[in-house]
Design a protein around this ligand. Sequence first.
Ligand code: HEM
Length: 220
Amino acid sequence: MLKSRPLKALIFAVCLAPAAWLGWRIWRMDLTANPLEFITHFTGDWTIRFLVITLAVTPFRKLLRLPDLIRFRRMFGLFAFFYACLHFATYLWLDKLFDVPEMVKDIGKRPFITAGFAALVCIAPLAATSTAGWIRRLGGRRWRLLHRLVYVSAAAGVAHYYWLVKSDIRLPALYGLLVALMLALRLVPGVRGSAAPRKPAAGSAYCGSPASTGSERGLS
Ligand code: HEM
């Protein structure tokens, strides 16, 4: 069931729905009294949600005995990157009006911006190397090592969120707990999973379960 193409298309549409909804609100000029804050918060929220969802795939596929869940991990990771790009573009365009020196000053001066930028910098190479070709080029071991950066990105994202909230830290604390839990689960034998095959199979770039082909891997 998890292997069906319509399901994958449906999940893709669900992942895209927040962006479509934001587009609709922009079209209708229905962005609250502070559009910049609304768009920044909306895209930031979806970035961290998708990062956590991406991290949850490996433990969940093991705990629920649903190995085919791996098919969706790359998609979730790429959506995390997509929302991070929208979030960053909002900041650079609507907040900084493309004033790059001012942005660089901000990154150096404001710890929450430094952390957000670090989170983006960590996730970008993962999105770039999420394809089958890149797993082959880097080799499974190096690719897996590189893709552990997703934890660094999620941790930096949580720090970013924690530093920017003024008083109510419940949500950043919840995301922090979830990221720590996903990391802890990876250390549990039987729950941890490999992100890329350990050695190439004959006639293919990958080995591992037939369900987890290279094009379905990525970002953790
Ligand atoms: C993976 C990377 C990132 C994640 C996960 C992330 C996540 C978030 C979250 C969850 C929020 C708060 C949303 C809310 O309060 O509802 C936020 C706000 C914000 N983020 Fe990010 N962010 C990331 C990268 C960045 C980058 C690269 C920048 C700019 C360089 C940035 C700038 C901001 C700003 C300006 C705010 C609003 C702060 C305020 O309310 O005063 N973020 N982000």
